[in-house]
Design a protein around this ligand. Sequence first.
Ligand code: SF4
Ligand code: SF4
Length: 485
Amino acid sequence: MSALALGEFHPFRSAGRDFLYLVPSAAVFELDEAASAIVDRLRESSTGTGELVAELSARFPAAELQETVGELLRVRAISVEGVPDEPPPRQMPPENFPLTTMVLNVTNQCNLSCTYCYEYGEDKIVDTENGRKPKFMSEQTARESVDFMLRESGENRMAHLTFFGGETLLNLPVLRFAIAYARERAAAMGKEVDFSLTTNGTLLRPEVIDFLTENRVGVTISIDGPKEMQDQFRVFHNGTGSYDVIAPKIRELLRRHQTRPIGARVTLTSHTLDVRKIFQHLTEEIGFWEVGFAPVTTSPNRKYAIAEEGFDDMLEQFRSLADEFLEFAVENRHHGFSNVKDTLEEIHKGVSKAYPCGAGLGLMGVSTDGDVALCHRFAGSDAHKLGTVRSGIDRLVQIGYLEKHHIADKTDCSQCWARPLCSGGCYHEAYTRYGETAHPNLHYCEWIRGWTDTCLRIYGELAVRNPRYLEQFEEKVAYEASQVN
Ligand code: SF4
Ligand code: SF4
């Protein structure tokens, strides 16, 4: 009989037990002692089932070994040598895939001048200052956008409408209008709309906060941490830092807005990389419910770009915060480090991404004039346009884009065990780094693999020590559109 060989997996150890992350199925598989022994033996060399059973028979009954070999073959942790593991079919999303999240750029103007900003900074891709796009979205375009969203949401009962900018609250009248109109139209169609927005916090007056809480609008604040970090890059046009302006407003928001949890979104740079300190400040001193971190998107030669050693440092800090998260989760206590929770959810759902995110599929960005683009970061870019809210999605353009960006065509990623969760990474990051949205983000592979391994380890610990914690992630969703950052 043909020899057995190892399949494609990433091994990890948690809570004193051995696990495999099975790449073809994106499943986590716990090895019992016999399975561990088989995998260890096959690490040395391929061998036939008979020899394998004979070699291990002093430790395990032959019947148990036979059965375990069958199980490992079934989950594709091992394979029969010479029988190529069939590559999964290149599955494209179904036609007319419903829009789940529409990100509305109600303005491309901002009252801050953050150095690293992807709309105004050195790496911007859309001319927000001198370009043809209106500075503010009109009520008419907001109305057409809402109609577009509800139309494109297909059979889905729930649609997600996220407001973005520029600084979103600079166009409060249109934001108010869009919420009222969306609610009315959705009700008439038997649907519901979930609202959220991202803001820099500078314009959060009490009456604005009351409006947000009354309308159950989820709020994410872009903030970089304590004063010395916030004021490095998040500055007004005259160069003064914004911390002293936003801190009291955010505290007021957290005090008054009780209908939704409020999150912070932090951009990490080479100058502001103290993850633990930032987290502690934002959760304990300010009071955010959760904090998500993302490294700055930039070309590598900017002074604030994170270099290789910076990614190592960031990973160490993420790991230590993830360990703290674990101890909280074991006791069913809330911990606000959202990066780890988001990845745990994906692992639990067995997410295997054909695309890194929902951009151009379940998630689209709308610019101030109603052009529809891959996501909010491309809103207003003619090169990344998928249609308009008036004419709808150009399906040929969309299909061409989906064909071009499928993970099956990212040959650099084809041997990478982290590809079910990474799938090449953010298109905007890739465009900024390599000038090409379809290029995998090879500059941060080590970081991605290190972080994914950490999350798998946390997952394994929870699976053993508090499996009920993982039940919150039960619902299985393919092609989920989630990231708005
Ligand atoms: S970008 Fe890197 S980490 Fe991500 S799937 Fe490709 S090779 Fe793996
Ligand atoms: S991950 Fe990148 S491409 Fe995808 S939605 Fe977010 S910013 Fe856009």
